[in-house]
Design a protein around this ligand. Structure first.
Ligand code: C5P
Length: 214
C-alpha cells in the first residue's frame, strides 16, 4: 500500500506522515530530505546550486538509503542535521528544480517503495509524478500564517514569524512555478486543511480515508 501526501512547506506533512506510518506499520519516506541531502552535498563540494549538470552529477554520486522506520542514510552514514539548516532552506528549491536531479531522486524513491512495500511518502510531487498509482492521495495544506507560526514555534523563534512566512511563501512560489514536477493539487487527492487542527486530528482523518479504501 502506498499513501502519498503532498503540500506546501510547513503544512505538517513530515510530522503527519511519520505518525501515520507508525500507526499503519508502514515505512515513512521523506522525499524532501533527499533533495536537502543533495543540496548539502553541493555546498560541501563547492557546487553552485544553479549549475544543473553538476547538481545532477552530485545527486547520482550519493548513496541515499532508507530504513523502514524512515531513518535516512547518506553514503552509509546517518543524515547530517545540517540538511535542515537555513542555508539549505534557501537553496533547496533551486537544486530540486533541475530535471537531472529529479530523475535520479525519483528513481530512488520508487526503488525504496518497491523494497519496503507499505509506504507513507510525503513531498511535492509524490501524488502527481512519483506514485501516480498511490492507493490514497492527500493534499495537506494550511494558511501561510498558520504554517509560519508552526515553523517558528518548531525552531523556537516566535519573534521571527514574519521572516519565516516570507521564506515559506518564496519557497512555495519556486516549487509551484518550476517546469519539472511542480507542486500542484492532484484532483484525485483528498484535500485536508489543517488550520486549527492538531496532528492527531489530521492523522485520524487520513486514517479514516485509508479505512474507506480498504
Ligand atoms: O519537504 P521539505 O520542506 O523538506 O522539502 C524541501 C524542498 O525539497 C522543497 O521545498 C522542494 O524544493 C523539494 N522537494 C521536491 N519534491 C519533493 C519533495 C521536496 O522538489 N517530492
Amino acid at each position: 500500500m502506498i499513501i502519498a501526501i503532498d503540500g506546501p512547506a510547513g503544512a505538517g506533512k513530515s510530522t503527519v506522515a511519520r505518525r501515520l506510518a507508525e500507526r499503519l506499520g508502514a515505512a515513512f519516506l521523506d522525499t524532501g530530505a533527499m533533495y536537502r541531502a543533495v543540496t548539502l552535498a553541493c555546498f560541501q563540494r563547492g557546487i553552485d546550486p544553479s549549475d544543473a549538470q553538476a547538481c545532477a552529477a552530485t545527486a547520482r554520486s550519493l548513496e541515499i538509503g532508507f530504513e523502514s522506520d524512515g531513518t535516512m542514510t547518506v553514503d552509509g552514514a546517518p543524515t547530517d542535521p545540517a540538511i535542515r539548516s537555513e542555508d539549505v532552506n534557501l537553496r533547496v528549491s533551486e537544486v530540486s528544480a533541475h530535471a537531472g536531479v529529479r530523475e535520479t531522486i525519483v528513481a530512488q524513491q520508487r526503488a525504496v517503495a518497491e523494497r519496503l512495500g507499505d509506504v507513507v511518502a510525503e513531498g511535492r510531487d509524490t501524488t502527481t509524478v512519483v506514485f501516480p498509482q498511490a492507493d490514497l492521495k492527500v493534499y495537506l495544506d494550511a494558511s501561510p500564517a498558520e504554517r509560519a507560526r508552526r515553523r517558528a514555534a518548531e525552531v523556537g523563534r516566535p519573534d521571527k514569524v514574519e521572516r519565516i512566512e516570507a521564506a515559506l511563501r518564496a519557497r512555495d512560489a519556486h516549487d509551484s512555478g518550476r517546469a519539472h514536477s511542480p507542486l500542484r493539487y492532484d484532483p484525485q487527492a483528498a484535500l485536508v486543511l489543517t488550520d486549527g487542527l492538531g496532528v492527531d486530528a489530521v492523522v485520524d482523518r487520513i486514517l479514516a480515508l485509508v479505512e474507506e479504501r480498504r
